[in-house]
Design a protein around this ligand. Structure first.
Ligand code: NAI
Length: 508
């Protein structure tokens, strides 16, 4: 198979440029690498060759192949050397003026058929292209760090980009062993837009004092299956990278409340608590290992002191909850209302425990909530919420009871939607709104998020698994509790949730 771009130029030999150069050479292109700092180019070439040599030592590359790869990769001494390139990928400093100056110089040198692509993660491809003589030959080609391992690339069409340019870039991405996704030129493109839900909602939970950051991380890992909690992830990415992305997407969308950043990260950034790389972020690190605050032991309540349990008839997954209570040996009350001693369990979607107790005329002092958006059998942790009036003995009883089978339990303060419901519903809602806006296809959204963010599944698949109607109910009720437009369900989700359709269903 012929390689789509036989001669590829890469400008900027930093973290991104070197990764792109490596996979372009592996795809079979001759690659010319240019950087204003000549030693950066040589260093990049040496680093790439070292990667290939490692592969050869592991037996994954024979010596002929290693030779061929090395012969394909060259350092250019000036931009003139790039004149014959079929494609030039720019990966220099993230500044509009510097990038435009480079493109102007490149356009004077390359042929009219050549494609120029930018690896920008935050600038508008349309705005950059507007400064060029041939905006139709210009597109976004957004890779992720480290490029050889992060197997997704966003192909972004500016308003004037010729669709065939995007097709060629997508086909070339396949040749480089990557999965291309097509994105409209909008702030954050796909990955940095879809990723807004996880961190921002987690920060709101901590900001509202619902619980601490380590508990949020534990809950989202153990209940939803995220590999890293949102605070672990922010520590890994570092706040000097992630906070500006939050601000940029928020402002570019004209202060859309869904993307509102948090004062928590603004302050921690100002204080230099950047994350892993500065030795301290949300967690402290010694020799690269996070010092995670230990969980408090579950309380012990003797059988004699354990109250009977009454489950609200309006609870989510009520039959499942009753079955679980039976299995763990609870004394279950079956009356129409709880006895004067009963611990009262409620499992709302979106509503807080306080509201449920008031509306259902339950005694708030004995009422505790449990999050059952996700089936208990699928989780590795249970989450309970008290309300301000919950008596300490009832809190302890609920906690002790729900850990009887050894599953860990987190007890949080009352908040509409607990932790999992809030974060999952926010992720699904933002993804739905991206589909509503036609930023990308639902399938590309799923690919971009699973490969680019490492979520256990795409946001739409997540919404399907826990039920579009349930997600919708969480959002409607959260909106009632908080009166906040950030929980306003996207019309795209409302339509599908209301008629029980899969979120991956493609409209004709
Ligand atoms: P970097 O700082 O590691 O490398 C940039 C390189 O460009 C440096 O070697 C610098 O000497 C060179 N350079 C600067 N101005 C130049 C010019 N006018 N002509 C030629 N070379 C020039 O930066 P990094 O991280 O590789 O980022 C590059 C681009 O990729 C930026 O636009 C960034 O926003 C984007 N990006 C970065 C990601 C990351 O995680 N680092 C992820 C996705 C996109």
């Amino acid at each position: 198979m012929n390689v789509i771009f036989p001669l590829t130029g890469i400008v900027g030999a930093g973290a991104m440029g070197r990764g792109i150069a490596q996979i372009a050479a592996q795809a079979g292109s001759r690659v010319l690498l240019f950087d204003t700092q000549a030693q950066a180019c040589e260093a990049a070439r040496a680093a790439i060759v070292a990667q290939w040599t490692k592969l050869q030592e592991k037996g994954r590359l024979d010596s002929d192949a290693l030779d061929r790869l090395q012969q394909r990769l060259h350092c250019a001494s000036s931009l003139d050397d790039l004149a014959g390139c079929d494609l030039i990928v720019e990966a220099i400093v993230e500044r509009m003026d510097v990038k435009v100056a480079l493109f102007t110089q490149l356009e004077q040198r390359v042929s009219e058929r050549a494609v120029i692509a930018t690896n920008t993660s935050s600038l508008s491809v349309t705005a950059l292209g507007a400064q060029l003589r041939r905006p139709q030959r210009f597109a976004g080609y957004h890779f992720f760090n480290p490029v050889p391992l992060m197997k997704v690339v966003e192909v972004i069409a500016g308003l004037r980009t010729d669709p065939t340019v995007c097709e060629s870039l997508a086909a070339y991405a396949h040749q480089m062993g990557h999965s291309p996704v097509q994105a409209r030129d909008t702030p954050g493109f796909i990955v940095n837009h879809a990723g807004r839900g996880y961190g921002t909602e987690a920060l709101r939970l901590v900001g509202e004092g619902v619980t601490d950051f380590a508990t949020v991380d534990r809950i989202l890992k153990d209940q939803v299956g995220f590999r890293l909690g949102p605070f672990e992830l922010m520590d890994l990415t570092a706040l000097d990278v992630s906070h500006p992305v939050m601000e940029s997407v928020y402002h570019q969308y004209y202060e859309e409340p869904r993307y509102r950043p948090s004062v928590i990260t603004a302050q921690r950034l100002a204080g230099g608590l950047l994350g892993r790389k500065s030795g301290e972020g949300f967690y402290r690190y010694s020799q690269g290992v996070a010092d995670t605050p230990p969980e408090a032991d579950a309380p012990v309540v003797s059988d004699g002191d354990m109250p009977p349990v009454w489950v609200s008839p309006r609870s989510t997954r009520r039959a499942e909850l009753l079955q679980l209570l039976k299995q763990i040996g609870a004394r279950i009350e079956t009356g129409a209302s709880p006895s004067a001693q009963a611990l009262t369990l409620v499992a709302p979607l979106g509503f807080d425990v306080t509201t449920v107790a008031v509306v259902d005329r339950l005694d708030p002092a004995r009422t505790v909530g449990i999050d059952l958006l996700i089936e208990d059998a699928r989780t590795r942790r249970r989450v309970l919420a008290t309300n301000p009036a919950t008596r300490p003995d009832m809190r302890r009883a609920a906690h002790a009871l729900m850990t009887r089978d050894g599953k860990p339990v987190s007890v949080i303060r009352d908040s509409g939607g607990f932790v999992t419901q809030r974060v999952v519903a926010t992720i699904v809602n933002i993804a739905s709104d991206m589909c509503q806006q036609g930023i990308c296809s639902p399938a590309d959204l799923e690919t971009a998020v699973t490969l680019g963010l490492g979520y256990p599944m795409g946001p739409l698949a997540m919404g399907n698994l826990w039920g579009p109607a349930n997600i919708l109910e969480v959002l409607f009720n959260m909106q009632t509790v908080y009166g906040d437009p950030r929980y306003r369900p996207s019309p795209w989700l409302r339509r599908r949730g209301a008629i029980g359709l899969s979120l991956l269903h493609q409209e004709e």
